[in-house]
Design a protein around this ligand. Structure first.
Ligand code: C2E
Ligand code: CA
Ligand code: CA
Ligand code: CA
Length: 277
């Protein structure tokens, strides 16, 4: 027991060192990835519960690096944000998604694409201009693009965030609040931000088919959102039973592995449509 204390310190130091080393490695490789645009977008289907329509997708960023392999966005996005690479990455995502929206339009299978926008991007003012330019370059209607923001993004400078989101809505881009219920969330944010949809975080959806408490809590969130004129999307739906509860609670849209995992464009068009029944 006497030695284990010291051993633990050494182990923690090693772990810290390797964490910093990985951080630095990712930062270096990310710089190259930005220069070479070596990212991909995968698309996850969203299912409209009243109609069974599934022509909306969320764009999710993928990065496969020669040295690091697949690095998940939850790991590299925070690093990109901390070294300002997120602006170039965010612009790549916008251009790629708008280009894909054009391709789907040309193919006669138009899909609406939701783009995740980082709080840092939103704080920097470029998003409205970048999106406007990309819509024009691809000649696609703004209604084919949606923007997802997280609650933390709104917190930093609420009036400024609101102004930018209102500008997006003015050109026809709908705005979704992501991960609702996590972070610094509050019901009052639903009133103060210009929003079209609230996405209820997966953690609230996990047990709705196993716990009446959880189900009635989500039911309350849905009613509150509807009372404010907002649509509701449930995230992380993995079981039929959850989907059934969400339909009973009047949820508008569902997203999750049950309906579809995030897929490449090719896999998406090859996959059979999800059936509600
Ligand atoms: P998010 O926006 O909340 O996206 C949902 C995440 O949950 C995705 O992880 C998705 O693959 C995963 N997911 C979807 N359905 C299920 C399910 O049924 N079960 C489980 N266990 N997971 C599910 P992913 O793709 O790894 O992305 C993680 C996060 O990285 C995203 O969370 C988002 O915050 C961020 N991100 C992804 N792409 C972008 C991007 O282009 N720009 C920015 N700024 N952030 C992005
Ligand atoms: Ca999202
Ligand atoms: Ca989310
Ligand atoms: Ca998230």
């Amino acid at each position: 027991a006497k030695n284990s204390g010291k051993g633990r310190v050494v182990w923690l130091e090693r772990r810290e060192t390797s964490r910093f080393a990985r951080h630095a490695h990712i930062r270096r490789r990310l710089q190259l990835a930005v220069e070479n645009s070596s990212f991909r977008l995968h698309y996850q289907t969203q299912l409209e519960l009243s109609t069974g329509n599934s022509s909306s997708v969320e764009a999710l960023l993928r990065w496969q690096d020669e040295e690091l392999g697949d690095v998940p966005p939850a790991e590299f996005i925070p690093i990109a944000e901390s070294v300002r690479l997120i602006h170039d990455i965010g612009r790549w995502v916008i251009n790629e998604a708008c280009g894909q929206a054009r391709l789907w339009l040309d193919a006669g299978t138009p899909r609406t694409i939701s783009i995740n926008v980082s709080p840092i991007q939103l704080a920097a003012d470029n998003v409205v201009a970048d999106l406007t330019a990309a819509l024009q370059a691809q000649a696609i209607p703004a209604s084919l693009i949606r923007v997802e923001i997280t609650e933390s993004s709104a917190i930093a400078d609420l009036p400024k965030a609101s102004r930018q989101l209102r500008q997006l809505q003015a050109i026809g881009i709908r705005v979704d609040l992501d991960d609702f219920g996590t972070g610094y969330s509050s019901i009052s944010m639903l009133r103060s931000l210009p929003l079209n949809t609230v996405k209820i975080d997966k953690s609230f959806i996990d047990d709705i088919d196993r716990s009446h408490h959880e189900a009635s809590f989500v039911g309350g969130l849905i009613r509150a959102a509807h009372a404010l004129g907002l649509k509701v999307t449930a995230e992380g739906v993995e079981r039929r039973e959850q989907l059934q509860v969400l339909r009973e609670l009047g949820c508008d849209t569902a997203q999750g592995y049950l309906i579809a995992k995030p897929r490449t464009v090719t896999d998406l068009s090859a996959a059979p449509a999800f059936s509600l029944n």
